[in-house]
Write a protein that binds this ligand. Structure first.
Ligand SMILES: Nc1ncnc2c1ncn2[C@@H]1O[C@H](COP(=O)(O)OP(=O)(O)O)[C@@H](O)[C@H]1O
Ligand SMILES: [Mg+2]
Length: 288
């Protein structure tokens, strides 16, 4: 049975921006009539240039903001239903861009324990969850470490462990690698792929970096608060010109494979990385 962890019907979100006494406030529509379904267990990427509405959408999907209009169901529950807020918080967790803003204590294991403590999980179970979550992000050996001595990639993995300790069905990550070096970026991407693959946790990864979305099941492109593309990577990556129009740089391998196809070489659609391109060219050569 297909279960949707997220379902929205025409949601909008307006920010109110105060100008001055004479002009009063201005409404800024950050999310404009978005209808989405995200199936449980999938790895979904939300891609869009700066200012396109990604962070606002992330906060809506995590019930940190209420839609101005339209309805949003998180794990079957209306996101504005106060009576179900604890259940919603258990279902969906969010990791932000800056690891330093997400830490609430100074020692790794205390930080991971913070979420479950807040929802009244018994002490014994909290420590079992902490140990398991740290193991899942490969940080157990750092459980007694001071957080500010860790690298950016390690801090983001601690933030992910803190969410895992809540045993969520879905993790939303808002540009989790934007402040990391290449090694930290790899650590984080590897960790979330592994959580999706082995634990079937739904991943909603928000990014403006097209290279990070290659292995997704579904890519949702947003621009000016609207969903402008929604499909699998081969479909999305085959629309090079359209993506460029939304300010999204397309991988070199995709550009090259599209050029090769134009010159009559038969290659599959939507090639997105170098090894895929090399394999496709080798297959083509074998058939010659
Ligand atoms: N607190 C805020 N007050 C007013 N406008 C905001 C606020 N936060 C975001 N916006 C505006 O909403 C739009 C979407 O922003 P955001 O969701 O942060 O986009 P992204 O994460 O894709 O960069 C932008 O036009 C931004 O300027
Ligand atoms: Mg943002």
């Amino acid at each position: 049975m297909v279960v949707d962890i997220i379902e929205t019907a025409g949601i909008t979100y307006d920010y109110q921006k105060y100008i001055d006494e004479n002009s009063g406030s201005l409404l800024i529509r950050a999310i404009d009539n978005i209808a989405l379904k995200i199936e449980a267990g999938k790895f979904v990427s939300i891609l869009g240039q700066n200012g396109s509405g990604k962070s606002t959408l992330a906060k809506l999907l995590a019930a940190l903001l209420e839609p101005t209009s339209g309805v949003l169901y998180i794990d079957g529950k209306d996101s504005t239903d106060k009576a179900q807020m604890i259940d919603i918080c258990k279902s969906v967790g969010i990791v932000f861009q800056n690891p330093d803003n997400q830490m609430v204590t100074s020692i790794v294991e205390d930080d991971v324990a913070f979420g479950p403590e807040n929802i009244g999980i018994p002490t014994d179970e909290i420590w079992q969850r902490v140990e398991k979550s740290l193991k899942d992000v490969d940080m157990l050996e750092y459980r007694h470490s001071t957080i500010n001595k860790l690298s950016g990639g390690q801090k983001q993995r601690i933030a992910i462990a803190g969410i895992l300790a809540m045993q969520p069905k879905c993790i939303i990550l808002d540009e989790p690698t934007a402040m990391l070096d290449p090694q930290g970026r790899n650590e984080v991407i590897r960790t979330i792929r592994e959580l999706n693959r082995t634990k079937k946790i739904t991943i909603i990864m928000i990014t403006h970096n097209i290279d990070e979305v290659i292995c997704s099941d579904q890519i949702i492109v947003i621009n000016a608060g609207k969903v402008v593309m929604n499909g699998n990577p081969p479909y999305v990556f085959s629309q090079t010109k359209t993506l460029e129009g939304y300010g999204l740089a397309v991988p070199q391998a995709t550009i090259l494979s599209n050029e090769l196809k134009k010159s009559g070489i038969s290659l599959p659609d939507g090639i997105a990385d170098d090894s895929e391109l090399i394999n496709s060219i080798m297959n083509y050569c074998k058939q010659m």
